[in-house]
Design a protein around this ligand. Structure first.
Ligand code: ZN
Length: 535
């Protein structure tokens, strides 16, 4: 049995792992790379495997970093089955089309430039129609349903508690008369996420592939932070500002609405909340909210109780859904203080960029981050304190209050992940750590070794291992991974250059001494010189 990592290897996005077992080759997830430019380039590369050899795909959940290259698979001729829970399939029906739409728009912009430069137009990675058509390949299944591929291979999906329909994959493969259980956590949920259930603990695993987004960090609980959330909301409105919440359209947005609705029902504070207009400005979030409402069988007890009492937990009087771009624009023309929840969550694309442009410079406003911001994204730059950012070519000063609540995270933190491993009665013989930034993964690996003594591997992009964790050497992979390393260095270099550039640009009060300026200049000159020698 063999496993090759084609994404989310020493990075958080692009989940795609190929398993070869019991005579079959299959993928677990086929996600898109997001965030770092060096990662995004990989989306446009040819698949590093022969798609005709892929027997089937198991999709853990609908987030684009797990599902986003499925339409590309379809477009390039893959005709096999894609197994996912029914809720994941419903969510993919809107998310993959939306992703295709974004690809088309982005390529339109690139092509305008290419045309002006006399270059040939490029094709988008895939279109909205490819996204819709790829749904033909999906087969919706239930949690705990055994899917038998052949007499030596079957699998089940169980609730990962990360988003509606998200799953952990349990694979049972028999080779030479010996059955091994391989478990992929997918994205493992945080406990007490609104609406959905907590992740299911498993009894046993022979080999484990675990995510590590928060492998080295702890986050607060929603019990502690939901009051802070409501206070940020009320205070911002009192100051006369807007509260802007960049949020994943699917999952996080519905959880936030659920929390606001919960407080709107409380005595005292509820009265104030009910007066605050809340706008969800993302066509995708609007359709996703509908799908949430149509799938109550995936709800936890609290949310079901609301429903049984006749309350729809995702509806309240002061809640408005915005679909057209005219309505979206009008939100910033009208100065009534309001809450605007908009996508994308990491501020890279979508209408959130317009709202940031119109609100970031206003000190009375608040930008509230409620989700993970991958390195290099606009969201991460604002969150880590950059004072000047570029949006649609304009320089925007960051004067608004910047807040971050990590309890809304859809991911288990370090303790949550370790507890989940701890609950496995028959521990795995080895663990592969995926879906995390490399530094955090190393710390997480040490924590696992220290607590459980289980050997761990942090696979790199395109590396193959036996299921027991033994590296399978491959020269082609080494060449490609060097290429990847070069791109990585260039990306860091670009970030450093941006930092220096911002530092010098924003030095209005001549705080940088002449000596320091000369030193920066000479360092940059030597980098320039070194780079000019690269042919
Ligand atoms: Zn996810």
């Amino acid at each position: 049995m063999k496993i090759t990592f084609y994404g989310a290897a020493r990075t958080v996005t692009g989940s795609c792992h190929m398993v070869e077992a019991a005579g079959k080759k299959f993928l677990v997830d086929c996600g898109m790379f997001q965030g770092k430019v060096t990662d995004q380039i990989l989306n446009y590369d040819e698949f590093p495997f022969n798609i005709n050899e892929v027997d089937f795909v198991i999709l853990t959940h609908a987030h684009i970093d797990h599902s986003g290259r499925i339409p590309k698979l379809y477009k390039e001729g893959y005709t096999g089955t894609i197994y996912a829970t029914n809720a994941t399939m419903d969510l993919c029906s809107i998310m993959l089309a939306d992703s295709g739409h974004i690809q088309e728009k982005e390529m339109e912009w690139v092509n305008k430039k290419r045309k002006r430069a006399g270059k040939k137009e490029n094709e988008p990675m895939y279109t909205a129609q490819d996204g819709i058509d790829s749904l033909k390949l999906f087969k919706g299944i239930d949690y705990n349903q055994e899917i038998v591929i052949n007499e030596n291979l079957y699998f089940k999906l169980i609730d990962a508690g990360h988003m509606l329909g998200s799953s952990i994959v349990e694979i049972y493969a028999t080779e030479d008369g010996k059955t091994e259980k391989i478990v992929f956590t997918g994205d493992l949920g945080n406990t007490n996420i609104p609406i959905i259930n907590d992740p299911v603990y498993i009894k046993e695993a022979d080999h484990l592939i675990i995510e590590s987004t928060y492998g080295n960090r702890l986050h607060g609980t929603l019990e502690d932070q939901s009051e802070k959330f409501i206070n940020i909301m009320v205070d911002t409105i009192k100051r006369g500002g807007n509260l802007i919440i960049p949020s994943f359209a699917v999952g996080r947005t519905q959880e936030i609405l659920y929390e606001i609705n919960k407080y709107a029902k409380k005595r005292g504070i509820g009265k104030e909340i009910k007066k605050i207009p809340v706008y969800v400005d993302s066509p995708l979030a609007v359709s996703a909210t509908k799908i949430f409402q149509e799938n109550p069988e995936y709800y936890d007890k609290e949310a079901l109780n609301y429903l049984l009492k006749g309350n729809n937990p995702l509806e309240f009087d002061n809640l408005h859904f915005v679909t057209t771009s005219d309505e979206s624009r009008a939100l910033n023309e009208d100065l009534t203080p309001k809450v605007i929840i908009s996508a994308s969550g990491m501020c890279e694309v979508g209408r959130i960029k317009h709202h940031l442009k119109h609100n970031l410079y206003r000190p009375e406003c608040t930008i509230l981050f409620v989700g993970y911001q991958a390195k290099g994204t606009l969201g991460e730059r604002i969150q880590t304190g950059e004072k000047l950012v570029k949006i649609f070519g304009d320089e925007i000063a960051v004067n608004a209050q910047i807040e971050y609540l990590d309890a809304f995270s859809g991911h288990a933190d370090k303790d949550g992940l370790l507890k989940w491993i701890d609950k496995i009665k028959k521990k795995p013989k080895n663990i592969f750590i995926v879906h995390g930034e490399y530094e955090g993964q190393q710390a997480f690996k040490n924590a696992i070794i220290e607590k459980f003594g289980i050997p761990c591997v942090i696979p790199n992009y395109e590396e193959s291992y036996t299921i027991d964790g033994k590296f399978i050497n491959n020269e082609v992979i080494e060449y490609k991974s060097t290429r990847y390393d070069i791109l990585e260095i260039l990306s860091t270099l670009k970030e450093e250059v941006d930092l220096v550039s911002n530092k010098v640009k924003s030095d209005l009060k001549n705080n940088i001494s002449t000596d320091e300026l000369i030193s920066i200049q000479s360092k940059l000159n030597s980098v320039k010189k070194a780079l000019s020698k690269v042919k």
